[in-house]
Design a binder for this molecule. Structure first.
Ligand SMILES: [Zn+2]
Length: 422
């Protein structure tokens, strides 16, 4: 910075170990990050001779500074039902949940459930989420109050659910809503066909047609369990991934949740269509669904982001647990201790997440011009003692409660581990 021009910032974060997560993996062990108008305007080595003006300053000595986590698959308002279906199989889980949902869910209860989920997410450093649930507008609004950016939109399913609209009505409303956004606008609603077992081929094709016309994102459950794959084969005569491919639902704007049960052809199809996967290891283990072939997916070049799934299947919404699990589980299953390194796991929770949500130009890395959306993680606590590597500290030792500060679009939402202004 030159002496003639003193830069002005709204907020400065100094002396943290900044992990930019950019393509070159630039890191600044004693870093300086400047924010103006919600965007990052400086990220560099801190030097005592720096001259600048700022309204606020955060001292991040002893902390890591990294992008906010992105939760690539969740049902936020399911916090209303946490602990309601533990230690049962997926089918029993779904039956208990859908009964309860029919009794309880209204836009108002969804708003309450989502508000508490947004608080939980924000305190754990999560800045954005891809959410599939009924009354999605209530979730988006309640989450925004806490700074949590939610990509969501109408869910389509033929099973009994709290949304009184028919498939055709939901489709028509979605078309009307999408008409208010320019094609491909990342702020536009996403379309959420629940799964290939919950819709007919014709319905899946209609959702695909609408998504194509408006260039919007699509989020769908697929390949969660062996039983699902058998059911879809019975209904549609193909695997869930094949059905999605045949009905035009796969592509670079589509995110598949789970993808546990895939055959080799399915992995090739996901790679060829540049479809992203939201891997939810905690939910998959708890519901005894199995382990997604994440090593093979990454090897094939598929974007694999991390999700928590809803609080009924995972009982918690922190992406940190998914990071720790993804960096250990696949080693154990494959016998390869080098599979999914600590750094790759953090990458999946940030860079891959932003790509999956269509927000890679805005989030997922700390670079000049991007939204100032980041977390400050306190690495000075006893359980980090002796740690020699920042990636190792974050992936293997960190806990969600180590998130000290969270900034979203330049606004501090968490300070010293507490929600700001809540
Ligand atoms: Zn789910």
């Amino acid at each position: 910075m030159s002496n003639e021009h003193t830069p002005e910032f709204d907020l400065v974060v100094r002396h943290g170990h900044i992990l930019t997560m950019n393509a070159a993996r630039a890191a600044f062990p004693d870093g300086f990050l400047g924010i103006k108008d919600g965007r990052i305007t400086a990220v560099e080595d801190d030097r005592e001779c720096l001259r600048y003006q700022t309204a606020h300053e955060i001292d991040a000595t002893g902390c890591a500074v990294l992008p906010g986590m992105i939760n690539a698959h969740t049902h936020l308002a399911m916090t209303l039902f946490r602990g309601m279906a533990d230690d049962v199989a997926l089918e029993e889980f779904v039956s208990r949940l859908t009964t309860e949902e029919a009794n309880v869910l209204t836009p108002d209860t969804v708003r309450r459930g989502a508000a508490s989920a947004a608080a939980e997410s924000m305190l754990a450093g999560t800045a954005a989420a891809l959410d599939m649930y009924w009354f999605s507008e209530a979730t988006v609004a309640a989450s925004a109050d806490y700074g949590l950016r939610v990509v969501s939109g109408p869910t389509f399913a033929n099973f009994a659910n709290p949304d009184p609209r028919s498939f055709a009505e939901t489709l028509r409303d979605a078309e009307e809503q999408l008409a208010g956004f320019p094609a491909g606008d990342p702020a536009a609603p996403a379309l959420m066909p629940h799964s290939t077992y919950a819709l007919t081929r014709k319905q899946l094709e209609e959702v695909a047609g609408l998504a194509r016309r408006h260039g919007c994102r699509v989020h769908v459950h697929a390949g969660e369990s062996k039983r699902e794959v058998a059911e879809v084969r019975r209904l549609h005569g193909a695997t869930p991934i094949q059905v999605l491919d045949q009905t035009g639902l796969l592509g670079p704007k589509t995110v598949i949740a789970h993808a546990v049960e895939l055959d080799d052809g399915d992995i090739e199809t996901l790679a060829a269509t540049r479809t992203s996967v939201a891997h939810c290891p905690w939910s998959n283990l708890k519901l005894a669904c199995g382990v997604a072939p994440v090593g093979e997916l990454l090897e094939a070049g598929v974007t694999v982001a991390l999700g928590t799934d809803g609080a009924v299947s995972s009982n918690g919404l922190d992406v940190w647990s998914a990071v720790k699990l993804v960096a250990t589980l696949h080693k154990g299953v494959s016998g390869d201790p080098a599979l999914i390194t600590a750094e790759q796991a953090i990458d999946m929770a940030t860079v891959h997440g932003a790509r999956a949500l269509g927000l890679a130009g805005e989030l997922g890395t700390l670079e000049v011009g991007k939204r100032a959306t980041l977390q400050v993680v306190d690495l000075s606590r006893p359980h980090f003692e002796g740690c020699r590597d920042v990636w190792s500290a974050l992936a293997y030792s960190a806990r969600p409660s180590d998130v000290r500060d969270v900034i979203v679009d330049g606004v501090q939402r968490v300070s010293s581990g507490a929600l700001v202004g809540k």
